[in-house]
Design a protein around this ligand. Structure first.
Ligand SMILES: N[C@@H](CCC(=O)N[C@@H](CS)C(=O)NCC(=O)O)C(=O)O
Length: 212
């Protein structure tokens, strides 16, 4: 059995392992979990992932992996997406933890109530403003870092880029101005030019890595 990804449409976290498997040419199956309908808390899904979130992965050896960035780490083993030295791997992890602590917790909810459920925008206006402000130091740090490097690590495109790309590339859907972060903007375009890149809009169960 190939790897199996449980995911919901439009999610930056789900997009990360999906993109990595596509770019690596790894065959996989995907099951949609309808988060808007609460399917991630259904007894059937909780049997699969007791934490009740997506993404979740069952590997071809039946291992269970939660956390999008852990999936990236697993998938990148022995591939060009894994940085080649111990210090570069540690720096990849540094940026992947940074993504989960300084960027994703703010961009993801702001995007959710701004773009995915826009009917919530008015009632969550204060929260949106708080998230948009809270993410700015992280975006400024990333922009500064990317001002003198093509990709996050000097060794080239890696899982650190994919982890950051998941939510940073949709920052405008969270009401954040990409134009204020010119190096991030340039880096987004560089990621989109990498071999086998497929956009988030293509993330459906029908789209298969083997068809890329
Ligand atoms: N840190 C986790 C975040 C997982 C997460 O919060 N997923 C969201 C969708 S992007 C979810 O399942 N939300 C539904 C819920 O929390 O009930 C990761 O990177 O995989």
């Amino acid at each position: 059995m190939p790897h199996h990804l449980y995911a919901c449409l439009g999610s930056g976290n789900c997009f990360k392992p999906w993109l990595a498997m596509n770019q690596l040419g790894i065959p996989f199956d995907m099951t949609l979990v309808d988060v808007l309908a609460g399917e991630q808390k259904s007894p059937a899904y909780l049997e699969i992932n007791p934490l009740g979130v997506v993404p979740f992965m069952k590997t071809d050896t039946d291992a269970s992996i939660g956390e999008s960035n852990a999936m990236l780490w697993y998938l990148a083993e022995n591939t060009a997406l894994m940085p080649p030295t111990a210090d570069l791997r540690a720096r990849a992890l540094q940026w992947m933890f940074f993504e989960q602590s300084k960027l994703e917790p703010f961009i993801s909810p702001a995007r959710f109530v701004t773009t995915i459920l826009p009917e919530m925008r008015a009632e969550r206006a204060d929260d949106i403003a708080t998230w948009q402000t809270a993410v700015l130091p992280g975006l400024a740090r990333l922009d500064q870092h990317l001002s003198n490097t093509t990709f996050v690590l000097p060794s080239g495109y890696s899982i650190a880029d994919i982890a950051l790309f998941g939510y940073v590339h949709v920052m405008e859907e969270a009401g954040l101005a990409l134009a204020d972060h010119p190096s991030v903007h340039r880096w987004i375009e560089a990621v989109q030019q990498t071999d086998g890149f497929v956009s988030l809009q293509h993330m459906t169960p029908e789209y298969k890595a083997s068809a890329a």
